[in-house]
Each structure stands twice: as C-alpha cells, then as structure tokens.
Design a protein around this ligand. Structure first.
Ligand code: KG4
Ligand code: ZN
Length: 415
C-alpha cells in the first residue's frame, strides 16, 4: 500500500478510562477500531481512579496499537499521520497517549495531529454519516455541503455541551457576538460553543444515581436497561430554569447570556437522594448492592429482580427527566440559531430512550438528526482519526511542544 496517497491515519485516544487505537482511511473508512476498556478495574470504586487509569493506559497502549494495525492489515510504514487526543481529560491519562504518539511520529518521521476529544465525538457522527452508515446517506465526506451549520450536542460522562459546527471557514455574525475559533482552510471545521452544563455532566448524573441506587458502573447502561421496566411519569422531577446568576460573576469570558443554553444536572441527583431517604429505600439498596457485588460480572438483567416497582419507577422517571431536559434545550437552541440539523454524540447518546425521543421530536419539527452507532458513541479512537483528516488535508500539524491539555476548550468561550 502506498503511504503517499492512501490517507491512512492512526488515531490514539487515552483521555479517560479507555485505551483506544484505530486506523481510518481518508476520515471515513474504519479499517480497525481497537478499545481496551478499564471498566472492570474502576467498577469497584464506582468511578474512574485517575492514577489507576494512567497505569492501565501504559500497560495497554502498545498491545492496542498493535492490534489496530494488525486488524487493519497495515504496517507503521503505511501510515500517513498519527493523531492523538490532546484534551480535555485526565492529565496523566492523556500524557500516556500523547507521549506514545509523539515518539511514534518522531521515530517514523510522520506528522502528528492533535485532536480535541469533543471534536472527536462530533466526528463520530460525521464519519458514519459521510460513509452512509444508515444507507440513506450516500455522499462522501468531502461532499458534505460546506457552510451548512449543524447543532452538535456532546453528552458524555465529562461533558454536556452544545456547539454550532460548520464545515469550512465561517464569517461570525456580529449580532451573535460570533467569534469563531479555528477558522482555517476550507476543509477544516469551525465550532462555536453555545451551551454547557454549569455543574455535573448528564452522564455523570447517570453514574451517580446508579451508584446511589446500588447499581453497576458506569451507570448509564444500567439505567437505560432498567428504565423500561418502570413508569417514567411516576416521580415528577422538575428542572428549574438556570438563573442569570451563573453568568453574572464578572467572568469576562462568560458565554453570551442571551445566546447560551445552560444545563444543570446536580439538582436531580440530590432530588433522587431525597426521594430515597423519604421513602426509606436504603435497606433494599444495601441488599441489592451486596448481591451484585457478589457476582463476578454483574449485569442489569441480574439487577432487575433485585429492584421493586418503586425503584424501577424512580429509575424511569430520572431517565425521562434528564432526557427531556436535554431534548427541550437542544431543540430550543436549534430553533434560536435557525439550524435544521442536529448531531448527538458522546456516551449518553447510546441511550435508547434518548434516541427515540430526540428522533420523534426531530421528525415533528422536520429537522435532520444523526447519532453515531453504539460502538462509536462511547470513547474510541476512530473518531479521533476521523477528526484528524480535515486537519491532515489542511497540514494543521501539532508542534513539537505538544502536551496534555486537561481543560482544553472547543470553540469560543467554553467551560
Ligand atoms: O463518551 P464516554 O465514553 O466518555 C466520556 O467522554 O465521558 O461517555 C461515558 C458516559 C458515562 O457517564 C456512561 O454512564 C454514559 O456515557 N453512558 C450512558 C449510556 N451508555 C454510556 N448513559 C445513558 N445511557 C446509556 N446507554
Ligand atoms: Zn468521551
């Protein structure tokens, strides 16, 4: 295979608790997508332990890269570039992927491309859309209409962000206060941050509520599986409007209050805790937690008989409230910015009820909506290699001084 023209990018991702490597051709063809999950290691702590994550990345990085190359049937010499997640994420975890990618690029004499993890999540949708994964879309990645804006909701364990994403350079509109980051060559993407959470991310709320109810880690898939057995209207949680105080703190970089959507997910976690307390559910939670802890690989199916109807109703109501809040605010933002295309990505985008409710609202409003396949919803490196492709075309390579950026922002004025 000729490395000069094949467009092969090796992506490396190590921002949190998955060590991942993938080979993607020209930003669309996934030749391999290897992921070593650390879930089993962190599950007993009910959350990611940064120190353990770094060590596991170090242990896994070489085998994962080797298997990505072997699965793709390519060698190091075939690669055109190495792409790596620069941030945001855990510093020690990011450093493992970055150090490895830097050394590899240096040793091979190939360019290194730094990718924002959030941009990677957005490209997980774009890459599948471009290659027509849902069979209804036949255009190639290069043929995506330049200048068409999409609203991207990135909803994961660490993030709940809304971005206006656009292919190619865009002129910011002054009345929108619109300064756009990363304006570059026509093949690049530009992003403008128009929404964020002021406290917990949505996935974090799923994880914390699952932990509080004695379920497994990460909590999202457990709540997803159990919610369908409960009544989502049983417990009326309400999301209060996030008051103007969040942007009145004198922060000059604060998001434009008139044009920004705020989410907040810490209140619902407290409301679930209060509900548990008022209804004296602690003893049954303790029994469930102990029963699941005794299983080597507990699953939601094993948790079902350990949940009474009040618990299942609570789970279903929690999930419905979070999804409806995400749905309402996302569609309202699309309307505010007159955007008729929504991309939903990140781990929480794997949620089945979220997909159903977003899809039906999109149909009602005649808005196009796209999600990644389940494998590309959670962290992976194919999305990193895909996001790197426009940068490769624009020769937007990382400097030799590249390092981990744990709070790296995407677009203007993010959190
Ligand atoms: O994107 P991701 O793998 O990592 C981050 O960048 O954070 O997202 C992980 C998050 C976790 O909070 C997990 O509970 C949540 O995504 N998640 C889900 C589902 N699958 C994963 N949340 C709701 N429903 C799911 N099916
Ligand atoms: Zn992620």
């Amino acid at each position: 295979m000729s490395s000069a023209s094949s467009g092969l990018i090796l992506g490396i991702e190590s921002s949190c608790d998955e060590t991942a490597a993938a080979v993607v051709r020209r930003g669309t063809d996934i030749l391999s997508n290897a992921v070593a999950s650390q879930i089993a290691i962190h599950a007993r702590f009910g959350g990611v332990v940064p120190e353990l994550a770094s060590r596991e990345h170090l242990r896994n990085i070489l085998p994962v890269v080797h298997s990505a190359l072997a699965d793709a049937g390519v060698t190091y010499a075939d690669l055109d570039a190495i792409a790596v997640t620069e941030g945001p994420g855990l510093a020690g975890a990011l450093l493992v992927g970055i150090s490895f990618a830097k050394s590899l690029a240096f040793a091979l004499g190939k360019p290194l491309i730094a990718v924002n993890h959030l941009e990677g999540h957005i490209h997980a949708v774009l890459l599948e859309e471009a290659r027509g994964a849902d069979a209804s879309v036949a255009h190639s990645r290069e043929a995506l209409p330049p200048g068409r804006q999409s609203l991207a909701l990135v909803v994961s364990g660490g993030h709940t962000h809304l971005y206006l994403a656009q292919h190619g350079p865009a002129a910011p509109s002054p009345e929108e206060g619109g300064e756009i980051s990363d304006v570059g060559a026509p093949s690049t993407w530009t992003y403008r941050n128009v929404g964020r959470t002021v406290d917990d991310a949505a996935g974090e709320a799923f994880d914390k509520v699952a932990k509080l109810l004695g379920l497994g880690y990460p909590g999202g898939p457990w709540i997803d599986a159990l919610a369908r057995h409960g009544n989502p209207s049983a417990v009326p949680f309400t999301f209060s409007q996030i008051k103007a105080k969040v942007h009145r703190k004198g922060d000059p970089a604060a998001l434009d209050p008139a044009r920004t959507t705020y989410f907040s997910f810490s209140g619902i976690k407290t409301a679930v805790l209060r509900y548990v307390h008022v209804h004296e559910m602690e003893p049954s939670i303790g029994v469930r937690r102990a029963a699941l802890a005794a299983e080597p690989h507990p699953t939601p199916a094993e948790a079902l008989p350990l949940c009474d109807s009040r618990t299942l109703d609570l789970i279903a109501s929690f999930q419905r409230s979070v999804i409806d809040d995400l749905r309402r605010k996302t569609f309202r933002t699309a309307e505010n910015f007159n955007v008729n295309r929504i991309l939903v990505s990140g781990g929480v985008a794997a949620n089945r009820e979220l997909r159903v409710r977003f899809t039906s609202e999109a149909a009602e409003r005649n808005i196009s909506i796209a999600f990644p396949s389940l494998a590309l919803s959670t962290d992976n490196a194919a999305m990193i290699a895909a996001a790197a492709w426009p940068k490769f075309l624009a020769a937007d390579f990382a400097p030799e001084s590249l390092t981990a950026e744990p709070s790296l922002a995407l677009g203007r004025n993010p959190r």
